[in-house]
Design a binder for this molecule. Structure first.
Ligand code: UDP
Ligand code: MG
Length: 317
């Protein structure tokens, strides 16, 4: 049987970009032969005409185009998970619809994965042209920090865009956690990954749907999901300040015994109280982050809820 490539595409308010994306993929399809392709679009609760565009596209090309549609916006991570669950190909790729993940890399990726040396061909941007400077700066810092303090290795500039074997996707589907941070999950499951490098491409149409604040919260999620270091840090800070305060206490006690105790120094006292109080709140906050995540996990809520889907689609058991 010929190879089948499932192309998983999360779409959130992307009515303008879907058709261009579809056409671009068809252009390179012949370079992938004899591999067949299937598109799996996930409408992540868009408020524009995305769903209608997908339905029309399915009518036009029912053999290759399938879609899933969520009951509301669940986020890109949930959309990826749904796509992986419903994919049937023996090779699977995940791509953004805005053509920032160049389809022209696919034939090369396919060739590499056929060598059987790798289970996954990832892609990595070596430049961040067209991205706000400050955003690149924090992105770089984020990768440095998370690689230092967690045991997953996340390559700087690595995109979600990757070509994977069925075996690796099945492994990822085993991870049913609610707080999903794909870059970490892809790395956590192991397997051999090769990173293709390319220059950044600016978004085709529309705007990036991530604000700086969302990205910031997303990176904190990534850290909390893959590292216990902040917990260790808070315990460490707590211990240090405790030891310091004991030493200071002994020092002040002896000083008072030897030199007497004039009632001065209350401003410094207030500072110390504030500092300790702040520290405790900080550490509580860290613990709270983890507790919050645990709380969400224990509820065992579904990662996404479907409202519509192509009739031909069934979940792989
Ligand atoms: N996306 C999604 N749900 C969301 C936000 C984004 O499915 O809540 C999709 C979006 O349609 C696109 C991909 O995720 O296909 C990447 O989004 P975007 O281009 O806005 O992000 P960036 O390239 O800036 O990381
Ligand atoms: Mg984009």
């Amino acid at each position: 049987m010929a190879d089948l490539l499932s192309i998983i595409v999360p779409c959130y308010n992307e009515e303008q970009t879907i058709i261009t994306f579809y056409e671009e993929i068809l252009k390179i399809k012949s370079q992938l032969s004899p591999m067949e392709i299937e598109f799996l679009f996930i409408n992540d609760g868009s408020s524009d005409q995305t769903l209608q565009v997908l339905k029309d596209l399915e009518k036009k090309d029912p053999d290759q185009v399938k879609y899933l549609s969520f009951s509301r916006n669940f986020g890109k991570e949930a959309a990826l998970y749904a796509g992986l669950e419903y994919s049937t190909g023996n090779f699977i790729t995940v791509m953004d619809v805005d053509l920032q993940d160049p389809p022209s890399l696919l034939p090369k990726m396919y060739k590499l994965i056929l060598t059987k040396e790798y289970d996954c061909i990832g892609t990595r941007r070596v430049t961040r042209n067209g991205e706000p400077k400050i955003r690149s700066f924090f992105a770089k810092k984020f990768y440095r920090i998370i690689n230092k303090i967690s045991d997953v290795n996340i390559v700087d500039g690595a995109r979600d865009y990757r070509l994977m074997t069925r075996q690796m996707v099945d492994a990822i589907l085993e991870l049913k956690e609610y707080n999903r941070f794909s870059k970490g999950l892809f790395s956590w499951v192991g397997f051999e990954t090769y990173y293709l490098e390319y220059e950044n491409i600016e978004r085709e149409q529309g705007n990036s749907s991530w604000s700086f604040w969302q990205l910031f919260v997303y990176s904190l999620d990534g850290i909390v999901a893959f590292s216990e270091f902040p917990l260790v840090l808070s315990a460490f800070i707590g211990l240090i300040s405790f030891v310091v305060s004991i030493i200071a206490l002994i020092f002040f006690f002896i000083r008072a015994a030897v030199f007497g105790d004039p009632t001065t120094g209350w401003p410094s006292m207030v500072c110390i109280i504030l500092a300790l109080g702040g520290l405790q709140l900080f550490c509580l906050g860290i613990v709270g982050q983890y507790l919050g995540k645990t709380f969400l996990e224990t509820k065992k809520r579904p990662i996404y809820i479907l409202k519509n889907k192509s009739e031909s689609l069934t979940k792989k058991e």
